[in-house]
Write a protein of this length. Structure first.
Length: 285
């Protein structure tokens, strides 16, 4: 591999990108991904939300398309973890091949689609934190794809999509008003919390450590945007995890205690039966 060197040290300003992949392939994968998610969006419009859903149709559709993206990228990343482990033991800045190069390119196409979907539907202000996240991701992935560097780091960053599979599935099940005590909903909630810690919080920590470790091998632009993006992630993830834990664990415990108390005192029940939770519980975040 032809690496730009200065006094025997890697110089990121002179490196012209991995010769193992053609950047045109990245452009093509990004464009096809943008087109694919646009088509999925129109299919979702045609199908429509579940009959039980009474909220904003755009919110359901946006979550559904995000769930599809998470399924595709999450499974792809898991495959790399299980069967392409050599990628993560290689040089995380310089290693590149077409298989892993395609992953951030497809994801970039999705984030470009979702950004424009927010703009077109007037959701930029109400979902400003999502827009900030998307801008950071689009810049980072766009830079990596254009310069064919940091592709394994992009793959590590996309491990968060493993958690997004269950995060979005949880929300879709709430939209469809699944009972909170249903075994499948409880399983999704449990996997969401577990994967949140393993694939979202831990992944952000790894990226932050990598940014610090590889600081001398990155350009000034990457220092600035990488640091800003990591700062946003370090703020958002603990808040989101606390909200999930509070709504899915603490609230559930409180509801069970209230139900047990009513059952013990014979309140609001017939022959000792505890009344079912009403639909208002599905309005939780």
């Amino acid at each position: 591999m032809d690496i730009a060197l200065e006094d025997g040290v890697f110089n990121p300003y002179e490196y012209e990108g991995s010769p193992d992949v053609d950047v045109v392939y990245g452009y093509l994968a990004t464009a096809l991904s943008f087109l694919m998610f646009t088509v999925i969006n129109y299919v979702a419009i045609h199908i429509g939300p579940p009959k039980n859903y009474k909220g904003d149709t755009w919110r359901w559709r946006n979550t559904f398309v995000s769930w599809i993206h998470a399924d595709i990228i999450g499974v792809w990343v898991l495959y790399c973890l299980l069967f392409r482990s050599e990628v993560f033991s290689a040089d995380l800045i310089l290693y590149c091949d077409y298989y892993i190069y395609t992953v951030p390119a497809i994801s970039l196409g999705y984030f470009m689609y979702d950004f424009l979907d927010h703009v077109y539907n007037g959701k930029v202000i109400s979902n400003y934190e999502v827009i900030l996240h998307h801008v950071g991701v689009m810049w980072t992935f766009g830079y990596n794809i254009q310069h064919r560097v940091n592709i394994p780091y992009s793959l590590i960053a996309l491990m968060v999509e493993v958690n997004s599979i269950f995060l979005h599935a949880r929300k879709l099940m709430q939209f469809d008003q699944w009972p909170f005590d249903h075994w499948l909903y409880r399983m999704v909630v449990g996997l969401n919390l577990i994967t949140f810690v393993r694939f979202r919080i831990w992944t952000v920590i790894l990226i932050g450590l990598g940014l610090y470790k590889e600081w001398h091998r990155l350009t000034l632009a990457y220092h600035v945007f990488g640091s800003i993006t990591m700062f946003i992630m370090y703020l958002i993830n603990p808040i989101l995890f606390w909200r999930l834990f509070k709504n899915d664990v603490l609230r559930s415990c409180i509801q069970h205690r209230k139900s047990d108390h009513k059952h013990a005192n014979g309140i609001n029940g017939v022959n000792g039966k505890v009344p079912e939770l009403n639909g208002d519980c599905h309005k939780q975040p």
